[in-house]
Write a protein that binds this ligand. Structure first.
Ligand SMILES: CC(C)(COP(=O)(O)OP(=O)(O)OC[C@H]1O[C@@H](n2cnc3c(N)ncnc32)[C@H](O)[C@@H]1OP(=O)(O)O)[C@@H](O)C(=O)NCCC(=O)NCCS
Length: 197
């Protein structure tokens, strides 16, 4: 037993809960443009995040927030989508699951990376209250890098949220409305009148 696991006898390695979900993109998943609907991918990501988080936590988990859902490339009907999930970070009751999504064209073997997203999940007990999750045993440099990056992402999200809330509280509609003249929007005469009063 190494020193880390000796400090935390309950710690579970990242490899314990690593989960891959592979699904064929069938025609009913298509949007009006004939490509796979973004919501289908989000639903699959939520599913694999749940499986991975629940395995680490050993309890029921809920999704609290999602970071980094930027679809870089479209996914086509007929492609095989694989979602690779691992626990990147654990707090007290929350855990962050990183999910890499790739789509493979089975005929050519070409694999494209469509997105990497981070789902924050919270473990719940039988009374539906947040409950403590086991510590994470880091075994590789990638495990350690992901843990640190996740912690930084959490810090930056809190900072962003504070800045945005401060800015929003200071933002008075009447005083800032002139900024909209540079934007691709138009106000009705009724709204203009309403803002003048
Ligand atoms: C998420 C939830 C459990 C938080 O409950 P709470 O009473 O505010 O609990 P806490 O403040 O103790 O937060 C619990 C953990 O969630 C984290 N958390 C809360 N809101 C968060 C957010 N917006 N983003 C990231 N983490 C968040 C906290 O940091 C804390 O983590 P930690 O224990 O590791 O430090 C509660 O809001 C909830 O059940 N939401 C509904 C979730 C759900 O049903 N999801 C499915 C959508 S259909």
């Amino acid at each position: 037993m190494n020193s880390t696991s000796a400090n935390h006898p309950d710690a579970k390695p990242v490899s314990y809960s690593r989960t891959t979900l592979t699904e064929l993109m069938i025609p009913s998943y298509a949007n009006f443009g004939g490509r796979v609907h973004g919501g289908i991918l989000l639903s699959l990501m939520d599913k694999v995040a749940y499986a991975c988080a629940a395995k680490h936590a050993g309890t029921y988990c809920v999704t609290v927030s999602v970071d980094g859902v930027d679809f870089r490339q479209p996914v086509e009907v007929g492609e095989l989508v694989s979602l690779m999930a691992s626990v990147n970070y654990v707090g007290r009751t929350s855990l962050v699951v990183g999910i890499k999504v790739v789509a493979e064209n089975v005929k050519t073997g070409f694999v494209k990376h469509t997105n990497t997203s981070y789902f924050t999940m919270v473990a719940k007990d039988d009374a539906d209250k947040p409950t403590t999750v086991p510590p994470l045993l880091l075994e590789t440099p990638d495990d350690a890098r992901r843990f640190l990056e996740s912690r930084k992402r959490k810090e930056l999200r809190i900072t962003y949220s504070e800045h945005f809330n401060n800015a929003r509280n200071r933002m008075l509609l009447n005083e800032n409305i002139s900024q909209l003249t540079q934007e691709r929007c138009q106000m009705t005469d009724a709204l203009r009148e309403q803002l003048r009063t």
